[in-house]
Design a protein around this ligand. Structure first.
Ligand SMILES: [Zn+2]
Length: 426
């Protein structure tokens, strides 16, 4: 029985070796092997290194062969922040934003997240699943192999559980790994606005978190802590109750205003705090000392036309674990392209291409607490990889708005091929 695949011909093989998340200068070290090769067996990486060494292995002689003819290979991207399940785009709000309406003005008029909630509640599970499956194919086509997915457009017991159930259904219906996060505390839904946030929070705390914990439909609990969403005290209450149900916290923090959510996240041992456009120096210092990942979402600022991006360089210099994600969602970041996020990270956050790649692979894997299985190309890890039609990794973010991903592999299986006739899958 032959289950081995020998991959050769990588002009640069970006291993990201040396497990665990990276801080400071280590973000720049991609562990590049020139003319590298990989041996894949049963979905795992069996060997990795210089071509001559890997080709000399007895197993390599009988393995199936794949020649990349000078392309670049790196670990599949880990997109650690998405709102995968939603019913429709919000293209109608796009024009309002361009005309000058702010995100919050649109939200006050019933647009924004509540607009998506209305659409999601009206959609069937089949419709939602179909849209998500289409999106997941596009994620794969951009080199992404693991996708975190948040609920949060249901905001009722029934609709939130419907979304979380879809996350687990999707796991079995397509090849990418879905990491499920409960975001029942996204905003207060319309029907609770007159009654007050506390009444809705009691729904999140009691029937919802109890059910999510019991059913294990989510691993993480997230809260949108901001003006127009939830206060710091409410955020703490929800995340602490989530922890009691076995859910690891993560937070939407300091996006529109500084609330103190970052320091709360660190205190609670959150896996990540995401956005961070408004962090101050004391927040940065706290993050630098913590294991809470600073996940930056430049697609959001780009789409909203905002000028203030998160202080990526300061975070890296201070020693925080910086990650990048798409924040794929219909209102503020309608992209599922990690290469586009890398381009924005380079031009807007002033990260180098190497730092951006580290942030989108091993550090993002750590943000999902999966750094031992994915995020780097090392023996024993999943054979999750992305091959780009470039000879130098810096060209991945350099070419912006075009997709140079040539092939994506998940657990050793080709899940995207730009040119099917030239790729011989395992
Ligand atoms: Zn988000």
């Amino acid at each position: 029985l032959q289950n081995s695949l020998l991959i050769t011909g990588a002009s640069q093989l970006l291993t990201l070796r040396g497990r665990g998340p990276r801080r400071g200068k280590a973000l720049s070290n991609l562990g590049i092997v020139k003319d590298g090769a990989l041996l894949v067996r049963d979905g795992l990486i069996a060997a990795v290194g210089p071509r001559a060494k890997i080709e000399a292995l007895p197993e390599a002689k009988t393995a199936e062969k794949m020649d990349l003819v000078g392309r670049v290979v790196l670990p599949g991207f880990v997109d650690s922040h998405t709102h995968l399940i939603h019913a429709a785009s919000r293209a109608e709000e796009y024009e309002l934003k361009i005309a000058g309406a702010s995100y919050e003005e649109i939200a006050r008029k019933g647009g924004g997240i509540l607009n998506s909630v209305k659409k999601l509640r009206a959609a069937t599970s089949e419709e939602l699943e179909k849209r998500a499956l289409t999106a997941l194919k596009q994620f794969a086509a951009c080199g992404t192999t693991t996708v975190e997915a948040k609920s949060g457009y249901g905001l009722s017991v029934e609709s939130e559980l419907k979304i979380l159930f879809l996350h687990s259904e999707l796991q079995g219906k397509q090849p990418l790994e879905i990491v499920s996060t409960f975001l029942g505390a996204h905003v207060v839904p319309e029907e609770f606005r007159a009654r007050g946030a506390e009444r809705y929070i009691s729904v999140v705390l009691e029937p919802l978190l109890r059910e999510v914990g019991k059913s294990r439909l989510a691993e993480f609990c997230d809260v949108f802590c901001d003006r127009g969403a939830f206060t710091l005290a409410q955020t703490r209450q929800i995340l602490e109750e989530g922890k009691r149900h076995g859910l690891t916290p993560r937070v939407h923090a300091e996006q529109l205003t500084r609330t103190g959510a970052t320091q709360l996240a660190a205190k609670l041992g959150a896996a990540s705090c995401d956005h961070l456009e408004q962090v101050n120096t004391s927040d940065i210092a706290v993050l630098a000392k913590s294991n809470t990942v600073a996940t930056l979402l430049p697609g959001c600022d780009f789409h909203l036309g905002l000028k203030q991006f998160a202080p990526a360089r300061k975070l890296i210099e201070a020693g925080a674990i910086v990650a990048l994600a798409t924040d794929y969602n219909p209102g503020t970041s309608p992209t599922l392209s990690m290469p586009m996020i890398l381009s924005l990270a380079c031009t807007q956050l002033r990260m180098t291409p190497a730092q951006a790649i580290t942030a989108a692979t091993i550090n993002a894997a750590y943000a999902l607490r999966r750094e031992k299985r994915i995020g780097s190309l090392e023996v024993g890890k999943l054979a999750d990889l992305a091959v780009f039609e470039v000879a130098d990794y810096r060209e991945i973010p350099y070419y912006f708005g075009v997709n140079t991903c040539w092939m994506t592999m998940k657990r050793g299986v080709v899940v995207h091929a730009a040119n099917k006739t030239t790729i011989q899958p395992a």
